[in-house]
Design a protein around this ligand. Structure first.
Ligand code: HEM
Length: 223
């Protein structure tokens, strides 16, 4: 049997793509903390990243492929599970019984929608073109990413939208971190409770880390 025809093979693809995206989410979070150093932080960081030129586009394409694989197999596996005989549900897995577990596909689709919006917002800068970093430059002539992000999050609907999407991301990660470790076989009965706790804690920390940006801007702490 072809590896991708087996549900184990496809779950493996889900784990590897999911963990790669988590790595990106962590690096992106770290990169975003340069916002707290003002324009000299994030504008310098963005300029340094963009110096990689074509490599940036190669990385974006790779990330997009990883995301599409994850979404494709995620939807396919969910539809197959739903179509399976009800007997399948007799095996109680935490994925079927916790809120985060049951809502994986929905939180996943919300995150997909958010990523689409986010790329239009900060990468292509089409949502609030009047704030686009490509149109405003700081005193050193760098695209003013700091101004774009801060003035965007001062708008209540934008901040709320980001917080909602981050809650969906937190919910998705709360379950998937433990699931990925399990699929990769890095887990056993004894370590399961600890891995589950660590997954939930990591999801909460990622949520709080990202939520800090809209919250500090909206409350005026970051200006
Ligand atoms: C409040 C939180 C966030 C802030 C302030 C933020 C900020 C940014 C900015 C400024 C860019 C444009 C980078 C550039 O082209 O110079 C960007 C790109 C991006 N962000 Fe975020 N982001 C946030 C949350 C997220 C989350 C939660 C995800 C994933 C689930 C994400 C995924 C991406 C991706 C995939 C890109 C495109 C990368 C690229 O342009 O190469 N972001 N973000």
């Amino acid at each position: 049997m072809n590896m991708l025809e087996s549900s184990v093979g496809r779950k493996l693809v889900m784990s590897v793509t999911g963990l790669s995206m988590i790595a990106f989410v962590l690096v992106h979070l770290l990169g975003n903390t340069t916002l707290f150093y003002g324009p000299d932080g994030i504008n310098a960081y963005a300029e340094a990243l963009h110096r990689f030129g074509a490599l940036v586009w190669a990385f974006r394409l790779l990330l997009l492929t990883v995301l599409l694989l994850h979404v494709f197999y995620g939807i396919q596996l969910t539809l197959e599970n739903r179509a399976a005989k009800p007997r399948a549900y007799a095996i109680k897995s935490s994925r079927a019984t916790t809120l985060a577990g049951r809502s994986m596909v929905w939180s996943g689709l919300l995150i997909g929608g958010f990523i689409f919006f986010h790329l239009l917002h900060f990468t292509l800068q089409l949502i609030n073109p009047e704030l686009a970093a490509g149109r405003h430059f700081d005193s050193l002539g760098r695209p003013d990413v700091f101004m774009m992000v801060v003035l965007s999050f001062r708008k209540m609907p934008v901040s709320l939208l980001y917080l909602g999407a981050l809650a969906a991301l937190g919910l998705h990660l709360m379950h998937s971190l433990q699931g990925a470790v399990q699929t990769l076989g890095l887990n056993n009965e004894r370590t399961l409770p600890k891995v589950m706790k660590a997954g939930v804690l990591a999801a909460i920390l990622i949520f709080l880390g990202y939520a800090a940006f809209p919250i500090t801007v909206f409350t005026g702490l970051l200006r």
